[in-house]
Design a protein around this ligand. Structure first.
Ligand code: TYD
Ligand code: MG
Length: 460
């Protein structure tokens, strides 16, 4: 006989509690605990399932040296920015979770990838639990891929999806979205942690056995009303987050976990009338050279987004305060870092900021935590404080230490190359690394804040 038991489960991280709690003790999400009724026997069987999951992969004990890794087998999806994040393409048996807020373009991106994959001769099945076949076909028309031989299935019952997989045996599966799929043997509703976990585990078992590559799509919502993809993070090989950093058409794809590829890369997309387009020149997203005239408070730096340099405009506003405690605000930058830099300038440049409000912003709404931006942040604050503009053909890179020294930065050559490409003529940079760039490009090496200030403002 099975007994019924109640568990309050956090829909964001999967934490289980015996009684209701307003805040999840594990992930600190508020109001995320939902009552779930579980049968004790089903718990037992699911733990049996889990141990089967592990034993399914292993057939016999082999020596590592006898294995021939199939490293060369990368399957590119054809969506270049997606492939860049995957480290060149999908690996056999890989499960990738693509998570993001509703409406960001997950289905659009993966439908484009799936159509390209089937175009390239890979048997691909796109299972949608959210849209009817008509809706998918009209989306495919918008994306100009309606002629593709992609197999489609509109289904939410996992057992039916699994039998479809058995009969079709595709190389690539897309499950849109994991929160709409349910296993009929479980009582809880689709989207709950129990369902999401069980469905993903069954798909995982199938995929690792057959070497099928899988894209799981999952919604993330702030209120935790659907099981957050966080409960899947340890099951899948790759977790990609798709989000917008600005309130417009431009989207960023980032890898959060990546067993077979890099985690520091970012893919940039723009949503247009016919689907997502890769952004070719990422620098021009944040920096419009034609509008960059000289204004006090503006400094241009070059940050690294993964392996790609992008130009960033730092803007500062330094004004007299009306409050006993002056205000410091930073948008796109880490405020604590900014406070340290302001303190360093007060100490080493004798800059008086105690009666000034300081506001900082990165143009274009980007968020960057690259220490190479330090010197540009300082320069932009000085420029606003002195009311003196920085030359518009000057780019500024360098880390600033607590002692006021300018430290070296990674990928300096790549950064300078990008600056030269975007029309800059000179760069303020850490000393000791100059000399290896184009002849038309002037490097201005500086070793501390005093030298930097003198080089920009001529001792003003
Ligand atoms: P969608 O891929 O459905 O989002 P998700 O699967 O992440 O929920 O994207 C939906 C949004 O994209 C919707 O607001 C319409 C817009 N869109 C375009 O602007 N152009 C297009 O070609 C398509 C297909 C969608
Ligand atoms: Mg969708």
């Amino acid at each position: 006989m099975s007994r019924l038991k109640t568990v309050y489960r956090c829909q964001s991280c999967g934490f289980g509690a015996a009684k209701f709690l307003g805040q999840c003790p594990s992930c600190q999400a508020w109001n995320s605990l939902v009552e779930e009724v579980v049968e004790e026997s089903s718990l037992a069987s699911s733990s049996k399932n889990r141990s089967r999951l592990l034993t399914d992969f292993s057939s016999e004990i082999v020596s590592l040296s006898d294995l021939k890794p199939e490293t060369a087998l990368r399957l590119p999806t054809g969506v270049l920015e997606l492939d860049r994040l995957l480290g060149g393409g999908l690996v056999k048996g890989q499960i990738a979770l693509l998570a993001g807020p509703p409406g960001i373009g997950k289905s659009t991106m993966i439908l484009q990838a799936a159509a390209l994959l089937s175009e390239a001769g890979q048997k691909t099945l796109y299972v949608s639990g959210e849209e009817s076949l008509d809706q998918i076909s009209s989306r495919a028309k918008r994306l100009n891929v309606e002629k593709s031989r992609l197999s489609l299935l509109s289904e939410t019952d996992l057992t039916k999806i699994l039998s479809a997989l058995e009969s079709l045996n595709p190389a690539v599966l897309v499950l849109d979205s994991i929160q709409t799929i349910y296993h009929p043997d479980l009582d809880s509703s689709p989207g709950t942690v129990a369902q999401v976990r069980e469905c993903a585990a069954q798909i995982l078992r199938f995929s690792k056995n057959k070497g099928m590559m899988v894209f799981l799509l999952g919604h993330v919502t702030k209120d935790g009303s659907v099981a957050g993809p966080r409960v899947l993070e340890h099951i899948v090989d790759t977790v990609l987050y798709f989000d917008s950093e600005r309130q417009d058409a431009f989207r960023v794809l980032r890898a959060h976990k990546n067993r077979f590829g890099p985690t520091d890369e970012a893919g940039f997309f723009e949503m247009g009338a016919s689907g997502l387009k890769e952004v070719k020149s990422v620098s021009s997203l944040f920096f419009d050279g034609s509008k960059a005239d000289e204004k006090p408070g503006r400094a241009i730096s070059i940050a690294m987004e993964g392996s790609r340099p992008i130009l960033i405009e730092v803007q500062s506003l330094v004004v007299s305060t009306k409050y006993p405690l002056p205000r410091r605000m930073a948008t796109g930058l880490d405020l604590n870092r900014v406070l340290v830099l302001l303190a360093a300038m007060e100490k080493h440049l004798r800059l008086r900021l105690e009666d000034k409000d300081v506001f900082l912003n990165l143009a274009g709404g980007v968020k960057i935590s690259d220490p190479a931006l330090d010197l540009a942040v300082c320069a932009s604050v000085l420029s606003s404080a002195y009311d003196a503009a920085i030359a518009k053909d000057m780019a500024i890179v360098g880390e600033v230490s607590l002692l006021g020294d300018i430290g070296n930065v990674s990928h300096l050559e790549q950064r300078l190359k990008e600056a030269a490409k975007m029309g800059f003529k000179k760069a303020l940079m850490p000393s000791g690394k100059e000399g290896n760039n184009a002849p038309s490009f002037q490097s201005i090496p500086v070793s501390d804040l005093k030298q930097a200030s003198a080089a920009i403002f001529g001792g003003k």
